[in-house]
Design a protein around this ligand. Structure first.
Ligand code: AMP
Length: 365
């Protein structure tokens, strides 16, 4: 279905009328999949009708966003507080963030010690847990300590536990997912997920310094298979050995992905394709509690928003808004420890912050 023009799509759901196929409605959403706009009826040519039928078949088979990654129990130390056994992991943050926009299918692994309230949170967010493996043993654990400058963090320990033998296996119904978010796990596992997917409409992948250093060949193989790589500024420099972020981003595009999003922490994010560029500012946070998982939240929010668009072709304009939605979710994430702020986040708060983002980026001609 890739390459179908949006004209066919915008015709909406068809009804047979005296003059042929009449399209009374567009399911199209400008910003949120929850709001649908009505458009005036129009008559379809046979070509447009065919395109429309193809699109409708596509929509009928569309799957929710698939999210794969780590699920962890984190111990976090800041200059003022120490919190233990927090819900963490790339897939936890990404799936809860994505669930604000669309249905999520989660693939991950936890041990028998994984607290029930954490599972309940996933269920409350309507996240499908068919792909979650719960096995005997201890859940993956990670400890981190932040310096006074919270951009700087030391990893205190990483205990793989049940993660050591994790093989992400997609339940059959997950294999036709249209939007796939490969959260931060080893690129060998990310590649293994893609090996099982029948149709890849749009693949987003995250990575980290560890994989750039230790499993570079697998990471390079992954980059040839994905649409969008999300990584932070330090990782972009490390991957390309170039200090200039724009040049680094271009070098990443040369490695395979169609798009790259370079996160710059409190300074926002850059989005690049081969011929387009977008700079998204960061929400001005005055009191940062815990930046853990902000990147995963960004990527999950972005992927969930893309899924909600129901587009057979993702365009740069869609990605610009997706990056803003990801940034917005990440700005909430850092306002509290773990996923605490996302737990209480309401659609009204999201809406207000979206309007703030728009106003913050607007300037008159
Ligand atoms: P971020 O702040 O975006 O780097 O993500 C932090 C999350 O990543 C924490 O909740 C950790 O549990 C998780 N994490 C840390 N190290 C790893 C790793 N090697 N593989 C997968 N997840 C990890």
């Amino acid at each position: 279905m890739k390459g179908l023009s949006h004209d066919g799509l915008r015709q909406g759901i068809g009804l047979i009328g005296p003059m042929g196929l009449i399209c009374p409605a567009s399911y199209w959403s400008n910003r949120s999949h929850r709001s649908y706009s009505l458009q005036p009826p129009s008559v379809l040519t046979p070509e447009k009708t065919l395109a429309l039928i193809q699109v409708m078949l596509h929509l009928l088979t569309l799957m929710p966003v698939l999210i794969v990654g780590s699920i962890a129990l984190d111990d976090i130390k800041t200059q003022t507080e120490k919190r233990l056994d927090l819900l963490g992991g790339s897939a936890s943050y990404a799936s809860v963030a994505a669930s604000f926009f669309d249905q999520v299918n989660l693939v991950g692994i936890v041990g028998s010690d994984f607290p029930k309230p954490h599972l309940d949170l996933f269920r409350q967010r309507q996240i499908d847990l068919t792909g979650l493996q719960i096995v005997d043993g201890k859940t993956f654990r990670w400890g981190g300590e932040y310096e006074a400058d919270m951009n700087k963090r030391q990893t205190l320990y990483t205990e793989l536990n049940v993660f050591e033998t994790f093989t992400p296996t997609l339940p059959p119904v997950y294999r036709a997912s249209s939007i796939i978010m490969l959260g931060n796990i080893g690129p060998n596992l990310q590649n293994h997920v893609l090996d099982q997917v029948e149709r890849r409409e749009f693949v987003v992948a995250d990575t980290m310094d560890l994989w750039i250093t230790t499993t570079r060949p697998e990471l390079l193989k992954l980059l040839e298979r994905i649409d969008l790589l999300v990584l932070n500024d330090g990782e972009a420099r490390q991957l390309t050995e170039d200090d200039n972020l724009v040049r680094a981003a271009r070098k990443i595009l040369d490695l395979g992905p169609k798009y790259v999003a370079v996160k710059k922490g409190e300074h926002g994010c850059l989005l690049l394709s081969r011929d387009q560029f977008f700079s998204c500012g960061a929400y001005p946070i005055e009191k940062l509690f815990d930046p853990t998982g902000a990147g995963d939240t960004f990527a999950g929010g972005l992927a969930g928003y893309l899924a909600s668009l129901r587009r057979p072709v993702i365009e740069f304009a869609d990605l610009k808004r997706a990056v803003v939605h990801g940034s917005m979710l990440a700005s909430f994430c850092v306002e509290s420890f773990s996923l605490d702020r996302l737990k209480t986040l309401t659609p009204t708060e999201l809406d207000e912050r979206y309007r703030f983002f728009r106003a913050m980026s607007h300037f008159d001609n």
